[in-house]
Design a protein around this ligand. Structure first.
Ligand code: ATP
Ligand code: MG
Length: 253
């Protein structure tokens, strides 16, 4: 299980796209039950880091371990089955089926591929999970609505439901509040924190909204041009001169 309480260990990971170094020697470790955020300017390598962790990209160098087991280079489906779920920067729901069916499909997806679990995950369990998740995200009244008819904010909520429906150990959220209204952002932040706490879930979060990041995170890592330039609790990151410079640029001469 989690060695020293470390759920995810990223060690010396680099990822290049041709001549472009999207990530350079990035290391971080995320502990059980922690909300760990990755911030940084546009193009800093945040989504690339998530894509390496979730198996979409093989790193050019370095290794990734989940619960003490090396997962570098494993297929995304395999990593997902081990307990890593991910939401995408761009919404990734099934638009032409109902909200309830979306969650139901996601809920069964992990069971369907691992035979031993399949027999344990009965229909009633799936129903209970769907009901619970829709309730938590205020989507109960929209259960029979086609997903494509939801508002943008509701679709993003639904996407988080889909990821949670697979009962992950580690949840990767790539800008979950992107495009949400300020009210939806506050609601989503509170919900994510609450659900993480209730389930003992470990969260790795990419987020642009600094008020969200500062409010929700236990620790924050800052990427800048593919390199990790700082890591620490919110208060330390807020006052770090390199972080301030990365975001605001060098002071005017
Ligand atoms: N599949 C790819 N092929 C080529 N270049 C890529 C690919 N994916 C990302 N990049 C490049 O790698 C760099 C890092 O991109 P990435 O998407 O990881 O940044 P990000 O920090 O998530 O940015 P944003 O805040 O805009 O989402 C960028 O220069 C991007 O253009
Ligand atoms: Mg990104």
């Amino acid at each position: 299980m989690a060695r020293d309480g470390v759920v995810l260990a990223v060690e010396g990971v680099s990822k290049s796209f041709g001549a472009l170094a999207a990530l350079t020697d990035v290391s971080l470790s995320v502990r059980q039950g922690e909300v760990f955020s990755v911030i940084g300017p546009n193009g800093a390598g945040k989504s690339t880091l998530f894509n390496v962790v979730s198996g979409l990209y093989a790193p050019t160098a370095g290794r990734v371990s989940f619960l003490g087991r090396e997962i570098t280079g494993l297929a995304p489906e395999t990593i997902n089955r081990l307990g890593v779920a991910k939401t995408f920067q761009i919404t990734n729901i099934f638009p032409e089926i109902s909200v309830g069916e979306n969650v139901s499909v996601a809920s069964q997806s992990r069971a369907a591929v691992s035979g031993r679990l399949a027999s344990l995950w009965r229909r009633a369990d799936v129903e209970a999970r769907v009901t619970e998740l829709l309730e938590a995200f205020g989507l109960t009244a929209k259960r029979d609505e086609l997903a494509e008819n939801l508002s943008h904010g509701e679709q993003r909520y639904l996407e988080i439901c889909l990821a949670l429906a697979t009962e992950p150990t580690l949840l990767l959220l790539d800008e979950p509040t992107a495009g949400m209204t300020p009210g939806e952002t506050r609601g989503a932040t509170a919900l994510i924190k609450k659900i993480a706490l209730a389930r003992g879930l470990t969260l790795l979060l990419i987020e642009h909204d600094m008020s969200v990041v500062m409010g929700i995170s236990d620790r924050i890592a800052v990427l800048h041009f593919g390199e990790k330039i700082a890591e620490g609790p919110p208060e330390q990151i807020r006052n770090d001169p390199r972080v301030i410079e990365a975001y605001l640029g060098p002071p005017e001469a």
